[in-house]
Design a protein around this ligand. Structure first.
Ligand code: SAM
Length: 311
């Protein structure tokens, strides 16, 4: 399907819960402010099957921490073979326990958030009792059951830039996992850390000679290769370039549709498959919001009404 701005829509990001066992200082909670009732397993399966029926080919589960949902394997099982790519973004803390059952249920791969290997910085950022070592063990567990490729999400701050090279090398040596997604932070307030850019991160890694190898169709993301084989994907959420090629819709934890992380939530009739198909079809056709547009207007949670151009 195509949206009102002519963008192909082929991907859905599903927030399964707002509950989390970490409390990252910068967390945007996927743009979800208030907490309503979490959709049940059956409701998720119905909503996602409707998305697949409309031609969406990729689903990413997120949260909160999605692995806190005990019924996660049942949800994944319920959409088995309906999507080309089923993935999950996780803080990795529960992967050692859950990787096997997730793979069995039909999950294809995981993204694991790990901003730094420095234990004290990690505790400051995540405000949790976990250590980076435990997360590395989670990554190993994911790789060992075939939840690959594992991509490691790194939100960029000046305080952690110095450790980037070590992070890239350690992931390669210990886990054989050589894909980093460097994410520029989206911040509405001070978080006690200084945001950094992809450009600064690449400068920090300049000894490893980053080389642009391609630009992904999905959100126009630039992909670089370091001379040691590590791949770096640049995520710049505030750039118009990303919005121009954004093919993703969102479903909130309580069953609302959003065209963008900052988009206006619209209620979905989660009890009826037929009604879902028609609501989703309409919302996708009407989707005209862009994060960069919404931000420029300073309308957090609001929609860029009537826009037909892209920033
Ligand atoms: N708990 C899971 C995790 O840690 O991956 C899933 C939820 S988390 C909100 C999803 C992704 O959003 C993570 O990679 C996280 O680093 C990223 N993220 C959270 N807040 C962000 C922000 N303010 N700016 C940029 N990325 C952010």
């Amino acid at each position: 399907m195509r949206d009102a701005l002519g963008r192909r829509v082929d991907s859905v990001r599903a927030t399964l819960t707002l509950r989390c066992n970490m409390n990252c200082v910068y967390c945007h909670r996927e743009g979800e402010g208030r907490s309503g009732r979490e959709l049940t397993c059956e409701e998720w399966v119905r909503v996602l099957r409707a998305c697949a029926r409309l031609g969406l080919r990729r689903v990413k589960f997120t949260g909160g921490e999605p692995t806190l949902r005990e019924d996660l394997p049942r949800i994944i099982e319920g959409i088995r073979n309906r999507f080309r790519d089923v993935s999950l973004t996780t803080n990795g803390s529960l992967l050692r326990r859950r990787a096997d059952e997730l793979r069995e249920s039909g999950l294809d791969r995981v993204n694991v958030s790990l901003d730094t290997l420095d234990p004290s910085l990690y505790r400051i950022i995540t405000r949790s009792r976990y250590s980076p070592r435990e997360i590395l063990r989670g990554i190993e567990a994911a790789i060992s059951v075939g939840l690959t490729p594992v991509k490691v999400n790194v939100v960029l701050f000046r305080e952690t830039l110095e450790g980037l090279r070590e992070l890239a090398e350690e992931l390669t040596d210990e886990c054989g996992c050589a894909r980093l997604q460097l994410i520029e932070p989206m911040l509405d307030a001070e978080v006690g850390m200084q945001p950094a850019t992809v450009r600064e991160a690449l400068r920090e890694l300049s000894d490893l000679k980053p080389r642009l190898v391609r630009v992904r169709k999905f959100q126009n993301r630039s992909v670089y290769r370091l001379e040691n084989g590590v791949t770096i994907e640049a995520i710049k959420p505030k750039s118009g370039e990303m919005c121009r090629a954004c093919s993703r819709i969102r479903i909130t934890h309580d069953g609302r549709f959003k065209g963008c992380i900052l988009g206006r939530p619209r209620r979905l009739p989660v009890d009826s498959y037929r009604a879902l198909l028609s609501a989703l079809r309409r919302y996708i056709r009407e989707r005209d919001d862009t994060m960069s547009g919404n931000r420029r207007r300073g309308v957090r949670g609001g929609r860029a009404r009537g826009r037909r151009d892209l920033p």
